[in-house]
Design a protein around this ligand. Structure first.
Ligand code: MN3
Length: 215
């Protein structure tokens, strides 16, 4: 994600209705065209009077937020997080059935024993997350996987963790179809995870670790 100001709403990588019946068309439309767009518009509005940040990527705005003027720091962080997290969430789903493969599959088996245990741990943590936020699958600097609940639009980046996959647990992500039944939403999301995209992100995380630490 090397975009910078002015940020745009990236189109969904699949049709709005293609995740049915797991995620309904109306939710996808509102979530992508309204919720994400609001974060994009807010971020552009905040950055407009500050040309020296116009070549900053989303990652940099989040990671180096301490360098931002205090007047806009918190709001930029919130809205850059909102854009970053939603782009990851939408890219992390697909209408095509996928399974963890390659190095990511090996890492999941190493850290969770088997895939069922991974899904069960993820499920329990996603159920428990209080209020609005995301549950993250992320990799640390040595490639070890961690599950991390974060509130609101926080991201794992400031913790030196590389995001692999995230589940949006704000009610707007599921309320229209599932109302208060978060458990059903989590189970349905499991069926549309884009493991190819997650695997690609994990490979890149490992590559970054090698480049950083030397072979
Ligand atoms: Mn959302």
């Amino acid at each position: 994600m090397l975009q910078h100001y002015p940020f745009t709403v990236l189109p969904l990588p699949y049709p709005y209705d293609s995740l049915e019946p797991c995620i309904d068309t109306e939710t996808m439309y509102f979530h992508h065209d309204k919720h994400l767009k609001t974060y994009v518009d807010n971020l552009n509005r905040l950055l407009k009077p500050w040309p020296r940040f116009h070549d900053w990527t989303l990652e940099r705005l989040i990671q180096d937020s301490r360098e931002l003027p205090e007047a806009i720091r918190e709001d930029v962080l919130k809205n850059a997080g909102g854009v970053y997290n939603h782009q990851l969430y939408f890219a992390g789903m697909t209408p095509h059935a996928t399974q963890p493969q390659g190095r990511l599959e090996k890492a999941l088996l190493l850290d969770f024993e088997n895939l069922e245990a991974f899904y069960e741990t993820f499920y329990q943590m996603a159920l428990k997350l209080f209020g609005s936020g995301y549950l993250w699958l992320a990799a640390d600097e040595r490639g070890k996987l961690v599950l991390l609940p974060l509130p609101n639009q926080e991201t794992p980046l400031p913790k030196h963790l590389i995001p692999i996959l995230n589940l949006d647990l704000w009610e707007h992500a599921y309320y229209l179809k599932h109302q208060n039944r978060r458990a059903d939403y989590i189970q349905n999301w499991f069926r549309v995870i884009n493991w190819n995209e997650a695997g690609r992100r994990y490979e890149n995380a490992l590559l970054d670790a090698i480049l950083r630490n030397g072979v």
